[in-house]
Design a protein around this ligand. Structure first.
Ligand code: MSP
Length: 586
Protein backbone atom coordinates (compact mmCIF):
# COMPACT_ATOMS: atom_id res chain seq x y z
CA UNK A 1 0.00 0.00 0.00
CA UNK A 2 2.77 2.35 1.08
CA UNK A 3 4.69 1.46 -2.04
CA UNK A 4 1.69 2.33 -4.26
CA UNK A 5 1.29 5.68 -2.51
CA UNK A 6 4.97 6.45 -2.88
CA UNK A 7 4.80 5.59 -6.56
CA UNK A 8 1.75 7.84 -7.00
CA UNK A 9 3.60 10.65 -5.21
CA UNK A 10 6.66 10.30 -7.42
CA UNK A 11 4.41 10.27 -10.49
CA UNK A 12 2.59 13.40 -9.31
CA UNK A 13 5.93 15.14 -8.69
CA UNK A 14 7.20 14.13 -12.10
CA UNK A 15 4.03 15.41 -13.74
CA UNK A 16 4.20 18.62 -11.79
CA UNK A 17 7.75 19.14 -13.08
CA UNK A 18 6.67 18.25 -16.60
CA UNK A 19 3.63 20.50 -16.63
CA UNK A 20 5.40 23.45 -15.04
CA UNK A 21 7.87 23.36 -17.89
CA UNK A 22 4.95 23.29 -20.36
CA UNK A 23 2.88 26.42 -19.85
CA UNK A 24 0.30 25.43 -22.47
CA UNK A 25 -1.12 22.75 -20.20
CA UNK A 26 -4.23 24.25 -18.70
CA UNK A 27 -4.92 23.75 -15.02
CA UNK A 28 -7.92 21.34 -15.18
CA UNK A 29 -5.81 19.24 -17.42
CA UNK A 30 -2.87 19.25 -15.01
CA UNK A 31 -5.18 17.99 -12.31
CA UNK A 32 -6.58 15.17 -14.39
CA UNK A 33 -3.15 14.22 -15.54
CA UNK A 34 -1.86 13.97 -12.03
CA UNK A 35 -4.66 11.56 -11.17
CA UNK A 36 -4.20 9.33 -14.18
CA UNK A 37 -1.86 6.38 -14.09
CA UNK A 38 0.60 6.17 -16.96
CA UNK A 39 1.34 3.38 -19.36
CA UNK A 40 4.94 2.42 -19.13
CA UNK A 41 7.45 3.47 -21.73
CA UNK A 42 7.88 1.53 -24.96
CA UNK A 43 9.71 -1.73 -24.51
CA UNK A 44 9.07 -1.87 -20.78
CA UNK A 45 5.46 -3.03 -20.84
CA UNK A 46 5.25 -5.50 -17.98
CA UNK A 47 3.47 -8.23 -19.88
CA UNK A 48 5.47 -9.48 -22.79
CA UNK A 49 6.43 -12.82 -24.22
CA UNK A 50 4.37 -15.62 -25.58
CA UNK A 51 1.90 -15.83 -22.75
CA UNK A 52 0.39 -12.41 -23.36
CA UNK A 53 -3.00 -13.05 -24.95
CA UNK A 54 -2.75 -13.03 -28.72
CA UNK A 55 -4.52 -9.85 -29.84
CA UNK A 56 -5.74 -9.49 -33.41
CA UNK A 57 -7.84 -6.68 -34.84
CA UNK A 58 -9.87 -5.92 -37.94
CA UNK A 59 -10.10 -2.35 -39.17
CA UNK A 60 -13.16 -0.62 -37.80
CA UNK A 61 -15.69 -0.08 -40.55
CA UNK A 62 -17.27 3.17 -41.68
CA UNK A 63 -20.98 3.09 -41.06
CA UNK A 64 -22.01 5.30 -43.96
CA UNK A 65 -23.11 2.29 -46.02
CA UNK A 66 -23.84 -1.40 -45.76
CA UNK A 67 -21.06 -3.99 -45.49
CA UNK A 68 -19.87 -5.87 -48.57
CA UNK A 69 -17.80 -8.94 -49.32
CA UNK A 70 -14.53 -6.94 -49.02
CA UNK A 71 -15.38 -6.23 -45.39
CA UNK A 72 -16.25 -9.86 -44.80
CA UNK A 73 -12.85 -10.83 -46.21
CA UNK A 74 -10.99 -8.62 -43.72
CA UNK A 75 -13.08 -9.99 -40.87
CA UNK A 76 -12.59 -13.62 -41.89
CA UNK A 77 -8.82 -13.19 -42.21
CA UNK A 78 -8.63 -11.87 -38.66
CA UNK A 79 -10.94 -14.61 -37.46
CA UNK A 80 -8.74 -17.31 -39.00
CA UNK A 81 -5.71 -15.85 -37.21
CA UNK A 82 -7.54 -15.87 -33.90
CA UNK A 83 -8.95 -19.37 -34.35
CA UNK A 84 -5.50 -20.61 -35.29
CA UNK A 85 -4.19 -19.43 -31.92
CA UNK A 86 -7.10 -21.13 -30.19
CA UNK A 87 -6.25 -24.31 -32.07
CA UNK A 88 -2.62 -24.08 -30.90
CA UNK A 89 -3.99 -23.78 -27.39
CA UNK A 90 -0.87 -22.14 -25.96
CA UNK A 91 -2.43 -18.87 -24.91
CA UNK A 92 -5.61 -16.90 -24.79
CA UNK A 93 -6.61 -15.05 -27.98
CA UNK A 94 -8.69 -11.92 -28.47
CA UNK A 95 -10.25 -10.51 -31.61
CA UNK A 96 -11.53 -6.97 -31.84
CA UNK A 97 -13.78 -5.60 -34.55
CA UNK A 98 -16.16 -2.66 -34.68
CA UNK A 99 -17.24 0.53 -36.36
CA UNK A 100 -15.67 3.89 -37.16
CA UNK A 101 -18.48 6.36 -36.63
CA UNK A 102 -17.14 9.91 -36.73
CA UNK A 103 -16.05 12.17 -39.57
CA UNK A 104 -17.32 14.11 -42.52
CA UNK A 105 -18.28 11.01 -44.43
CA UNK A 106 -20.76 9.97 -41.75
CA UNK A 107 -21.94 13.53 -41.15
CA UNK A 108 -22.73 13.90 -44.86
CA UNK A 109 -24.35 10.48 -45.15
CA UNK A 110 -26.62 11.29 -42.21
CA UNK A 111 -27.48 14.73 -43.63
CA UNK A 112 -28.36 13.17 -46.99
CA UNK A 113 -30.81 10.87 -45.21
CA UNK A 114 -32.17 13.63 -43.00
CA UNK A 115 -30.97 11.72 -39.93
CA UNK A 116 -28.98 12.62 -36.86
CA UNK A 117 -25.46 11.14 -37.19
CA UNK A 118 -25.86 9.23 -33.93
CA UNK A 119 -29.09 7.62 -35.19
CA UNK A 120 -27.43 6.62 -38.45
CA UNK A 121 -24.51 5.12 -36.51
CA UNK A 122 -26.81 3.22 -34.16
CA UNK A 123 -28.69 1.78 -37.08
CA UNK A 124 -25.74 0.95 -39.34
CA UNK A 125 -23.32 -0.38 -36.77
CA UNK A 126 -25.86 -3.16 -36.35
CA UNK A 127 -25.28 -4.23 -39.98
CA UNK A 128 -21.59 -4.83 -39.20
CA UNK A 129 -22.44 -6.69 -36.01
CA UNK A 130 -24.78 -8.84 -38.09
CA UNK A 131 -22.05 -9.51 -40.60
CA UNK A 132 -19.62 -10.56 -37.88
CA UNK A 133 -22.13 -13.03 -36.57
CA UNK A 134 -23.28 -14.27 -40.00
CA UNK A 135 -19.63 -14.85 -40.98
CA UNK A 136 -19.02 -16.70 -37.69
CA UNK A 137 -16.32 -14.22 -36.71
CA UNK A 138 -15.38 -15.16 -33.17
CA UNK A 139 -14.87 -11.63 -31.88
CA UNK A 140 -14.45 -10.84 -28.21
CA UNK A 141 -15.62 -7.28 -28.45
CA UNK A 142 -17.36 -4.98 -30.91
CA UNK A 143 -16.08 -1.45 -30.42
CA UNK A 144 -17.76 1.74 -31.58
CA UNK A 145 -15.88 5.03 -31.73
CA UNK A 146 -18.94 6.68 -30.19
CA UNK A 147 -18.53 4.54 -27.04
CA UNK A 148 -17.81 6.76 -24.07
CA UNK A 149 -14.70 4.78 -22.96
CA UNK A 150 -13.29 5.24 -26.43
CA UNK A 151 -13.94 8.97 -26.47
CA UNK A 152 -12.17 9.23 -23.10
CA UNK A 153 -9.23 7.23 -24.39
CA UNK A 154 -8.92 9.46 -27.48
CA UNK A 155 -9.05 12.66 -25.44
CA UNK A 156 -6.42 11.30 -23.10
CA UNK A 157 -4.24 10.23 -26.03
CA UNK A 158 -4.54 13.74 -27.45
CA UNK A 159 -3.67 15.29 -24.08
CA UNK A 160 -0.57 13.19 -23.90
CA UNK A 161 0.59 14.11 -27.39
CA UNK A 162 -0.02 17.72 -26.51
CA UNK A 163 1.82 17.54 -23.22
CA UNK A 164 4.81 16.04 -24.88
CA UNK A 165 4.89 18.92 -27.33
CA UNK A 166 3.93 17.03 -30.47
CA UNK A 167 0.89 19.15 -31.30
CA UNK A 168 0.89 22.71 -32.64
CA UNK A 169 -1.60 24.91 -34.45
CA UNK A 170 -1.05 26.19 -37.92
CA UNK A 171 -2.88 27.10 -41.07
CA UNK A 172 -3.44 24.07 -43.21
CA UNK A 173 -4.04 24.15 -46.92
CA UNK A 174 -4.45 21.07 -48.99
CA UNK A 175 -6.68 18.69 -50.90
CA UNK A 176 -9.10 16.73 -48.74
CA UNK A 177 -10.96 13.61 -49.79
CA UNK A 178 -14.12 13.01 -47.80
CA UNK A 179 -14.34 9.48 -49.10
CA UNK A 180 -10.82 8.61 -47.91
CA UNK A 181 -10.99 10.99 -44.93
CA UNK A 182 -7.47 12.09 -45.82
CA UNK A 183 -5.50 15.15 -46.88
CA UNK A 184 -3.30 14.80 -49.95
CA UNK A 185 -0.33 16.96 -50.97
CA UNK A 186 -0.44 18.54 -54.43
CA UNK A 187 1.90 15.84 -55.75
CA UNK A 188 -0.69 13.18 -54.87
CA UNK A 189 -3.65 14.58 -56.80
CA UNK A 190 -4.51 15.07 -60.45
CA UNK A 191 -7.32 16.57 -62.53
CA UNK A 192 -9.64 13.96 -64.07
CA UNK A 193 -12.88 13.75 -66.00
CA UNK A 194 -15.44 11.57 -64.26
CA UNK A 195 -16.36 8.91 -66.83
CA UNK A 196 -20.02 8.61 -65.79
CA UNK A 197 -20.86 12.34 -65.89
CA UNK A 198 -18.10 14.07 -67.84
CA UNK A 199 -17.59 16.31 -64.80
CA UNK A 200 -14.08 17.71 -64.35
CA UNK A 201 -12.70 17.27 -60.89
CA UNK A 202 -9.51 16.79 -58.92
CA UNK A 203 -8.89 13.32 -57.50
CA UNK A 204 -6.33 11.44 -55.44
CA UNK A 205 -3.90 9.58 -57.73
CA UNK A 206 -3.78 6.66 -55.27
CA UNK A 207 -7.49 6.07 -54.71
CA UNK A 208 -9.18 7.97 -57.56
CA UNK A 209 -11.47 9.64 -55.02
CA UNK A 210 -12.51 13.28 -55.44
CA UNK A 211 -10.63 15.86 -53.37
CA UNK A 212 -11.55 19.42 -52.45
CA UNK A 213 -9.28 22.36 -51.70
CA UNK A 214 -9.44 23.35 -48.07
CA UNK A 215 -7.70 26.08 -46.21
CA UNK A 216 -8.17 26.22 -42.47
CA UNK A 217 -6.51 26.73 -39.14
CA UNK A 218 -6.09 23.46 -37.28
CA UNK A 219 -3.88 21.36 -35.05
CA UNK A 220 -0.93 19.45 -36.42
CA UNK A 221 1.05 16.46 -35.22
CA UNK A 222 4.84 16.60 -35.65
CA UNK A 223 4.94 13.50 -37.83
CA UNK A 224 8.07 14.64 -39.67
CA UNK A 225 10.01 14.38 -36.40
CA UNK A 226 9.60 10.59 -36.56
CA UNK A 227 11.15 9.98 -39.94
CA UNK A 228 14.42 8.50 -38.70
CA UNK A 229 12.86 6.47 -35.91
CA UNK A 230 10.28 5.02 -38.28
CA UNK A 231 12.90 4.09 -40.86
CA UNK A 232 15.08 2.53 -38.20
CA UNK A 233 12.10 0.62 -36.86
CA UNK A 234 11.24 -0.77 -40.32
CA UNK A 235 14.86 -1.76 -40.91
CA UNK A 236 15.00 -3.56 -37.55
CA UNK A 237 11.63 -5.23 -38.09
CA UNK A 238 11.53 -6.37 -41.70
CA UNK A 239 8.47 -8.55 -40.97
CA UNK A 240 6.48 -5.69 -39.49
CA UNK A 241 4.35 -5.53 -42.64
CA UNK A 242 3.26 -8.75 -44.32
CA UNK A 243 3.40 -9.52 -47.24
CA UNK A 244 6.85 -8.00 -47.29
CA UNK A 245 6.54 -6.25 -50.63
CA UNK A 246 4.22 -3.65 -49.09
CA UNK A 247 7.13 -2.47 -46.94
CA UNK A 248 9.03 -1.01 -49.92
CA UNK A 249 6.33 1.54 -50.74
CA UNK A 250 5.93 2.53 -47.10
CA UNK A 251 9.68 3.04 -46.61
CA UNK A 252 9.88 5.06 -49.79
CA UNK A 253 7.02 7.24 -48.72
CA UNK A 254 8.52 7.87 -45.25
CA UNK A 255 11.97 8.64 -46.62
CA UNK A 256 10.78 10.97 -49.37
CA UNK A 257 7.74 12.85 -48.14
CA UNK A 258 6.87 12.74 -44.49
CA UNK A 259 5.04 15.96 -43.67
CA UNK A 260 3.41 16.94 -40.41
CA UNK A 261 -0.14 15.73 -40.16
CA UNK A 262 -3.26 17.79 -39.71
CA UNK A 263 -5.10 16.15 -36.82
CA UNK A 264 -8.19 18.28 -36.30
CA UNK A 265 -10.92 19.96 -38.31
CA UNK A 266 -12.73 23.19 -37.46
CA UNK A 267 -16.29 22.60 -36.27
CA UNK A 268 -17.42 25.05 -38.96
CA UNK A 269 -16.69 22.19 -41.40
CA UNK A 270 -17.09 19.11 -39.26
CA UNK A 271 -19.24 18.78 -36.20
CA UNK A 272 -19.50 15.03 -35.91
CA UNK A 273 -16.39 14.09 -34.00
CA UNK A 274 -14.68 14.16 -30.63
CA UNK A 275 -14.00 17.76 -29.60
CA UNK A 276 -10.36 18.67 -29.11
CA UNK A 277 -9.72 18.87 -25.34
CA UNK A 278 -10.18 22.45 -24.16
CA UNK A 279 -10.95 23.75 -27.64
CA UNK A 280 -14.53 23.24 -28.71
CA UNK A 281 -13.94 24.98 -32.01
CA UNK A 282 -12.13 21.90 -33.38
CA UNK A 283 -12.84 18.18 -33.53
CA UNK A 284 -10.21 15.45 -33.60
CA UNK A 285 -9.28 14.04 -37.02
CA UNK A 286 -11.22 10.84 -37.61
CA UNK A 287 -8.12 8.73 -38.24
CA UNK A 288 -6.46 9.68 -34.97
CA UNK A 289 -9.77 8.91 -33.25
CA UNK A 290 -10.15 5.60 -35.11
CA UNK A 291 -6.64 4.22 -34.59
CA UNK A 292 -6.89 4.64 -30.83
CA UNK A 293 -9.72 2.06 -30.82
CA UNK A 294 -7.09 -0.68 -30.69
CA UNK A 295 -5.80 0.76 -27.42
CA UNK A 296 -9.23 1.46 -25.97
CA UNK A 297 -10.08 -2.22 -25.94
CA UNK A 298 -6.70 -2.94 -24.35
CA UNK A 299 -7.74 -0.76 -21.40
CA UNK A 300 -5.94 2.47 -22.29
CA UNK A 301 -5.31 4.80 -20.52
CA UNK A 302 -5.16 2.51 -17.52
CA UNK A 303 -1.79 0.88 -16.98
CA UNK A 304 -1.31 -2.67 -18.22
CA UNK A 305 -1.89 -5.42 -15.69
CA UNK A 306 -1.34 -9.14 -15.76
CA UNK A 307 -4.14 -9.54 -18.30
CA UNK A 308 -2.96 -6.82 -20.66
CA UNK A 309 -3.36 -7.63 -24.29
CA UNK A 310 -1.42 -4.69 -25.72
CA UNK A 311 0.58 -4.60 -27.96
CA UNK A 312 -1.59 -6.00 -30.70
CA UNK A 313 -0.05 -9.04 -32.31
CA UNK A 314 -1.61 -8.39 -35.70
CA UNK A 315 -3.62 -5.57 -37.24
CA UNK A 316 -5.33 -6.88 -40.38
CA UNK A 317 -5.80 -4.05 -42.90
CA UNK A 318 -6.55 -3.44 -46.57
CA UNK A 319 -3.75 -1.89 -48.63
CA UNK A 320 -5.72 1.37 -48.89
CA UNK A 321 -5.32 1.96 -45.16
CA UNK A 322 -1.82 0.58 -44.74
CA UNK A 323 -0.25 4.07 -44.64
CA UNK A 324 -2.38 5.01 -41.63
CA UNK A 325 -1.43 1.84 -39.77
CA UNK A 326 2.22 1.59 -40.63
CA UNK A 327 3.25 5.26 -40.55
CA UNK A 328 0.84 7.40 -38.53
CA UNK A 329 -0.04 4.79 -35.92
CA UNK A 330 3.54 3.80 -35.02
CA UNK A 331 4.52 7.48 -34.95
CA UNK A 332 1.67 8.34 -32.56
CA UNK A 333 2.66 5.45 -30.32
CA UNK A 334 6.36 6.34 -30.45
CA UNK A 335 5.44 9.87 -29.43
CA UNK A 336 3.93 8.45 -26.24
CA UNK A 337 6.56 5.74 -25.73
CA UNK A 338 3.91 3.08 -26.05
CA UNK A 339 4.70 -0.38 -27.41
CA UNK A 340 4.10 -0.70 -31.15
CA UNK A 341 1.88 -3.38 -32.69
CA UNK A 342 3.93 -6.43 -33.55
CA UNK A 343 2.77 -7.00 -37.11
CA UNK A 344 0.51 -5.61 -39.76
CA UNK A 345 -1.05 -8.00 -42.21
CA UNK A 346 -2.07 -6.16 -45.35
CA UNK A 347 -4.20 -7.44 -48.18
CA UNK A 348 -5.20 -6.24 -51.61
CA UNK A 349 -8.77 -5.72 -52.82
CA UNK A 350 -11.64 -7.70 -54.20
CA UNK A 351 -12.66 -6.35 -57.56
CA UNK A 352 -15.92 -6.68 -59.39
CA UNK A 353 -15.91 -6.13 -63.13
CA UNK A 354 -12.27 -5.01 -62.84
CA UNK A 355 -12.98 -2.19 -60.39
CA UNK A 356 -12.39 -2.19 -56.65
CA UNK A 357 -15.53 -3.40 -54.95
CA UNK A 358 -16.71 -0.35 -53.07
CA UNK A 359 -19.87 1.23 -51.83
CA UNK A 360 -19.07 4.48 -53.65
CA UNK A 361 -18.65 2.66 -56.99
CA UNK A 362 -21.80 0.69 -56.23
CA UNK A 363 -20.42 -2.61 -57.47
CA UNK A 364 -20.59 -4.46 -54.20
CA UNK A 365 -21.62 -7.99 -53.35
CA UNK A 366 -23.90 -8.30 -50.35
CA UNK A 367 -22.16 -10.84 -48.09
CA UNK A 368 -25.45 -12.13 -46.67
CA UNK A 369 -26.70 -13.02 -50.16
CA UNK A 370 -23.38 -14.69 -50.92
CA UNK A 371 -23.53 -16.71 -47.68
CA UNK A 372 -27.13 -17.76 -48.39
CA UNK A 373 -26.26 -18.76 -51.87
CA UNK A 374 -23.00 -20.63 -51.38
CA UNK A 375 -23.03 -21.53 -47.70
CA UNK A 376 -20.94 -19.84 -45.01
CA UNK A 377 -17.94 -22.13 -44.96
CA UNK A 378 -17.75 -22.31 -48.74
CA UNK A 379 -17.55 -18.52 -48.74
CA UNK A 380 -14.90 -18.52 -46.04
CA UNK A 381 -12.93 -21.13 -47.98
CA UNK A 382 -13.20 -19.19 -51.22
CA UNK A 383 -12.29 -15.85 -49.63
CA UNK A 384 -9.16 -17.27 -48.07
CA UNK A 385 -7.95 -19.50 -50.87
CA UNK A 386 -8.63 -17.05 -53.72
CA UNK A 387 -8.44 -13.84 -51.70
CA UNK A 388 -6.24 -10.91 -52.70
CA UNK A 389 -2.89 -10.64 -50.93
CA UNK A 390 -0.44 -8.62 -53.02
CA UNK A 391 -2.56 -8.37 -56.15
CA UNK A 392 -6.28 -7.73 -56.43
CA UNK A 393 -8.63 -10.67 -57.05
CA UNK A 394 -11.73 -10.77 -59.17
CA UNK A 395 -14.92 -11.87 -57.49
CA UNK A 396 -17.06 -14.17 -59.58
CA UNK A 397 -19.80 -16.61 -58.55
CA UNK A 398 -18.53 -19.05 -61.15
CA UNK A 399 -15.16 -19.28 -59.33
CA UNK A 400 -16.93 -20.12 -56.09
CA UNK A 401 -19.01 -22.84 -57.72
CA UNK A 402 -15.89 -24.27 -59.35
CA UNK A 403 -14.03 -24.38 -56.02
CA UNK A 404 -17.02 -26.01 -54.41
CA UNK A 405 -17.45 -28.68 -57.04
CA UNK A 406 -13.78 -29.46 -57.53
CA UNK A 407 -12.10 -29.13 -54.15
CA UNK A 408 -14.82 -29.36 -51.56
CA UNK A 409 -17.49 -31.63 -52.97
CA UNK A 410 -15.33 -33.48 -55.50
CA UNK A 411 -12.36 -34.21 -53.26
CA UNK A 412 -12.87 -33.54 -49.55
CA UNK A 413 -16.55 -34.52 -49.35
CA UNK A 414 -16.23 -37.42 -51.71
CA UNK A 415 -13.17 -38.92 -50.03
CA UNK A 416 -14.78 -38.70 -46.58
CA UNK A 417 -17.91 -40.45 -47.84
CA UNK A 418 -15.96 -43.14 -49.63
CA UNK A 419 -13.94 -43.93 -46.54
CA UNK A 420 -16.65 -43.69 -43.91
CA UNK A 421 -19.72 -44.93 -45.73
CA UNK A 422 -18.33 -48.00 -47.48
CA UNK A 423 -19.83 -51.34 -46.45
CA UNK A 424 -16.73 -53.19 -47.61
CA UNK A 425 -14.59 -52.34 -44.61
CA UNK A 426 -14.69 -51.17 -41.02
CA UNK A 427 -12.53 -48.11 -40.41
CA UNK A 428 -12.64 -48.48 -36.64
CA UNK A 429 -11.12 -51.99 -36.90
CA UNK A 430 -8.23 -50.71 -39.02
CA UNK A 431 -7.60 -47.90 -36.51
CA UNK A 432 -7.57 -50.43 -33.66
CA UNK A 433 -5.08 -52.62 -35.50
CA UNK A 434 -2.86 -49.59 -36.15
CA UNK A 435 -2.91 -48.23 -32.60
CA UNK A 436 -2.27 -51.69 -31.16
CA UNK A 437 0.85 -51.88 -33.34
CA UNK A 438 -0.50 -54.84 -35.34
CA UNK A 439 -0.04 -53.36 -38.83
CA UNK A 440 2.11 -55.68 -40.98
CA UNK A 441 5.25 -54.68 -42.87
CA UNK A 442 4.18 -52.70 -45.87
CA UNK A 443 5.02 -51.22 -49.24
CA UNK A 444 6.74 -47.86 -49.71
CA UNK A 445 3.56 -45.99 -50.78
CA UNK A 446 2.07 -46.40 -47.32
CA UNK A 447 5.28 -45.40 -45.57
CA UNK A 448 5.71 -42.40 -47.85
CA UNK A 449 2.18 -41.26 -47.14
CA UNK A 450 2.75 -41.61 -43.41
CA UNK A 451 5.91 -39.48 -43.66
CA UNK A 452 4.06 -36.90 -45.71
CA UNK A 453 1.38 -36.68 -43.02
CA UNK A 454 3.98 -36.35 -40.30
CA UNK A 455 5.52 -33.35 -42.02
CA UNK A 456 2.42 -31.38 -42.99
CA UNK A 457 1.12 -29.96 -39.67
CA UNK A 458 4.39 -28.16 -38.99
CA UNK A 459 4.37 -26.77 -42.49
CA UNK A 460 0.88 -25.38 -42.01
CA UNK A 461 1.96 -23.96 -38.66
CA UNK A 462 4.97 -22.22 -40.19
CA UNK A 463 2.76 -20.72 -42.90
CA UNK A 464 0.33 -19.40 -40.32
CA UNK A 465 3.24 -17.94 -38.36
CA UNK A 466 4.24 -16.13 -41.53
CA UNK A 467 0.68 -14.72 -41.58
CA UNK A 468 -0.08 -16.50 -44.82
CA UNK A 469 -3.46 -18.19 -44.29
CA UNK A 470 -3.85 -18.63 -48.02
CA UNK A 471 -0.76 -20.82 -48.27
CA UNK A 472 -1.69 -22.60 -45.08
CA UNK A 473 -5.13 -23.45 -46.44
CA UNK A 474 -3.55 -24.64 -49.68
CA UNK A 475 -1.32 -26.91 -47.62
CA UNK A 476 -4.31 -28.32 -45.74
CA UNK A 477 -5.95 -28.96 -49.09
CA UNK A 478 -2.73 -30.56 -50.29
CA UNK A 479 -3.13 -33.13 -47.49
CA UNK A 480 -6.61 -33.90 -48.75
CA UNK A 481 -5.73 -33.90 -52.45
CA UNK A 482 -2.62 -36.00 -51.98
CA UNK A 483 -4.64 -38.48 -49.90
CA UNK A 484 -7.30 -38.60 -52.57
CA UNK A 485 -4.62 -39.59 -55.11
CA UNK A 486 -3.18 -42.10 -52.64
CA UNK A 487 -6.61 -43.63 -52.03
CA UNK A 488 -7.33 -43.83 -55.71
CA UNK A 489 -3.94 -45.36 -56.57
CA UNK A 490 -4.10 -47.87 -53.74
CA UNK A 491 -7.68 -48.87 -54.69
CA UNK A 492 -8.64 -50.43 -51.32
CA UNK A 493 -11.97 -51.61 -52.72
CA UNK A 494 -10.08 -53.99 -55.03
CA UNK A 495 -8.12 -55.43 -52.09
CA UNK A 496 -11.27 -56.45 -50.24
CA UNK A 497 -11.65 -59.33 -52.71
CA UNK A 498 -8.12 -60.68 -52.11
CA UNK A 499 -7.11 -60.15 -48.51
CA UNK A 500 -8.15 -62.19 -45.53
CA UNK A 501 -10.31 -59.63 -43.74
CA UNK A 502 -9.88 -61.40 -40.41
CA UNK A 503 -6.10 -60.61 -40.35
CA UNK A 504 -4.22 -57.30 -40.38
CA UNK A 505 -3.22 -56.47 -43.94
CA UNK A 506 -2.32 -53.85 -46.49
CA UNK A 507 -5.95 -52.78 -46.50
CA UNK A 508 -5.67 -51.63 -42.87
CA UNK A 509 -2.66 -49.51 -43.76
CA UNK A 510 -4.56 -47.78 -46.53
CA UNK A 511 -7.66 -47.19 -44.44
CA UNK A 512 -5.65 -46.00 -41.44
CA UNK A 513 -3.55 -43.63 -43.53
CA UNK A 514 -6.66 -42.22 -45.16
CA UNK A 515 -8.49 -41.82 -41.86
CA UNK A 516 -5.43 -40.11 -40.33
CA UNK A 517 -5.22 -37.76 -43.32
CA UNK A 518 -8.83 -36.72 -42.92
CA UNK A 519 -8.53 -36.42 -39.16
CA UNK A 520 -5.35 -34.31 -39.33
CA UNK A 521 -6.73 -32.29 -42.26
CA UNK A 522 -10.04 -31.81 -40.42
CA UNK A 523 -8.32 -30.52 -37.29
CA UNK A 524 -6.20 -28.08 -39.29
CA UNK A 525 -9.23 -26.97 -41.29
CA UNK A 526 -11.14 -25.78 -38.23
CA UNK A 527 -9.91 -22.14 -38.21
CA UNK A 528 -10.86 -21.79 -41.87
CA UNK A 529 -14.17 -23.67 -42.03
CA UNK A 530 -15.29 -24.15 -38.43
CA UNK A 531 -18.67 -25.73 -39.17
CA UNK A 532 -17.65 -28.06 -41.98
CA UNK A 533 -14.51 -29.12 -40.15
CA UNK A 534 -16.60 -29.98 -37.08
CA UNK A 535 -18.92 -32.02 -39.25
CA UNK A 536 -16.00 -33.79 -40.90
CA UNK A 537 -14.53 -34.67 -37.49
CA UNK A 538 -17.96 -35.91 -36.36
CA UNK A 539 -18.21 -38.08 -39.45
CA UNK A 540 -14.86 -39.58 -38.49
CA UNK A 541 -16.03 -39.98 -34.92
CA UNK A 542 -13.31 -37.77 -33.42
CA UNK A 543 -14.26 -36.91 -29.85
CA UNK A 544 -15.41 -33.34 -29.23
CA UNK A 545 -13.01 -32.97 -26.30
CA UNK A 546 -10.80 -29.93 -26.91
CA UNK A 547 -7.54 -31.86 -26.79
CA UNK A 548 -8.73 -34.32 -29.43
CA UNK A 549 -9.35 -31.46 -31.84
CA UNK A 550 -6.41 -29.18 -31.03
CA UNK A 551 -3.16 -28.74 -32.91
CA UNK A 552 -1.31 -31.17 -30.71
CA UNK A 553 -3.77 -33.88 -31.82
CA UNK A 554 -2.99 -33.14 -35.49
CA UNK A 555 -0.13 -35.63 -35.34
CA UNK A 556 0.02 -39.02 -36.98
CA UNK A 557 -1.09 -41.62 -34.44
CA UNK A 558 -2.17 -39.08 -31.80
CA UNK A 559 -5.75 -40.34 -31.44
CA UNK A 560 -6.54 -43.97 -30.70
CA UNK A 561 -10.24 -43.59 -30.14
CA UNK A 562 -12.00 -42.45 -33.29
CA UNK A 563 -13.45 -44.25 -36.29
CA UNK A 564 -17.10 -44.65 -35.36
CA UNK A 565 -19.14 -41.72 -36.74
CA UNK A 566 -20.84 -39.71 -34.04
CA UNK A 567 -23.76 -38.98 -36.34
CA UNK A 568 -25.93 -41.10 -38.54
CA UNK A 569 -24.32 -41.01 -41.96
CA UNK A 570 -27.38 -42.36 -43.72
CA UNK A 571 -30.02 -40.03 -42.41
CA UNK A 572 -30.36 -36.65 -40.81
CA UNK A 573 -29.86 -33.10 -41.90
CA UNK A 574 -26.65 -33.73 -43.77
CA UNK A 575 -27.58 -37.05 -45.24
CA UNK A 576 -24.02 -38.18 -44.66
CA UNK A 577 -22.65 -35.75 -47.23
CA UNK A 578 -20.24 -33.05 -46.21
CA UNK A 579 -20.85 -30.98 -49.33
CA UNK A 580 -24.25 -31.75 -50.88
CA UNK A 581 -24.92 -31.18 -54.59
CA UNK A 582 -25.60 -27.58 -55.54
CA UNK A 583 -29.14 -26.60 -56.34
CA UNK A 584 -28.13 -23.58 -58.32
CA UNK A 585 -24.83 -23.50 -60.15
CA UNK A 586 -24.65 -20.20 -62.00
N1 MSP B 1 -12.68 3.23 -41.07
C1 MSP B 1 -11.52 2.94 -41.80
C2 MSP B 1 -10.61 2.00 -41.03
C3 MSP B 1 -10.17 2.52 -39.70
S1 MSP B 1 -9.19 1.34 -38.85
C4 MSP B 1 -8.61 2.16 -37.54
C5 MSP B 1 -11.93 2.28 -43.13
N2 MSP B 1 -13.13 1.73 -43.18
S2 MSP B 1 -13.75 1.02 -44.48
O1 MSP B 1 -15.06 0.61 -44.08
O2 MSP B 1 -13.69 1.90 -45.59
O3 MSP B 1 -12.84 -0.19 -44.80
C6 MSP B 1 -12.60 -1.19 -43.86
C7 MSP B 1 -11.73 -2.28 -44.43
O4 MSP B 1 -12.39 -2.91 -45.51
C8 MSP B 1 -10.38 -1.78 -44.96
O5 MSP B 1 -9.35 -2.66 -44.54
C9 MSP B 1 -10.53 -1.89 -46.45
O6 MSP B 1 -9.32 -2.16 -47.09
C10 MSP B 1 -11.45 -3.09 -46.55
N3 MSP B 1 -12.10 -3.13 -47.83
C11 MSP B 1 -12.92 -2.19 -48.38
N4 MSP B 1 -13.18 -2.55 -49.67
C12 MSP B 1 -12.53 -3.70 -49.96
C13 MSP B 1 -12.43 -4.53 -51.07
N5 MSP B 1 -13.04 -4.25 -52.19
N6 MSP B 1 -11.67 -5.65 -50.96
C14 MSP B 1 -11.03 -6.00 -49.80
N7 MSP B 1 -11.11 -5.23 -48.72
C15 MSP B 1 -11.83 -4.08 -48.77
O7 MSP B 1 -11.10 2.27 -44.03
Amino acid sequence: MLEIELRALTRARRLARLTSRRPWICSPCRNTLARRPQWRAMGTAPVVGDKKPFYVTTPIFYVNAAPHVGHMYTMVLADVLKRWQVLLGNRDAKLLTGTDEHGLKIQQAAAALGMKPQDLCNENCQTFRNLASAANVDHDHFIRTTDSEHKDAVRYFWDMLNHRGYIYTSKHEGWYSVSDEAFYPISAVQPIVEPQTGRKLVASIETGKEVQWTSEENYHFRLSAFKDRLLEFYRNNPDFITPRNYMTGIMRSVSTKLEDLSISRPTSRLKWGIPVPYDNSQVIYVWLDALVNYLTYAGYPFPPNAKSIWPADVHVVGKDILRFHSIYWPAFLMALDLPLPRRIMAHAHWKMNHEKMSKSTNNVVNPHFAIDRHGLDTMRFFLIIDGPQTTDSNYDNAFIVERYKKDLQGILGNLTSRLMRSKRWNVRESITIAVEGRLPETISENLRHKEFLESMPDRVKAEMEQLDPRRALNSVMEIIKETNRFFHNMSPWALTHHVDLSRPSELDWILYNTAESLRIGGILLQPFMPQKAALLLNMLGVSEEVEKRSFSAARYGADADYGVPSLDLKRGKFNGTLFPPLLCED
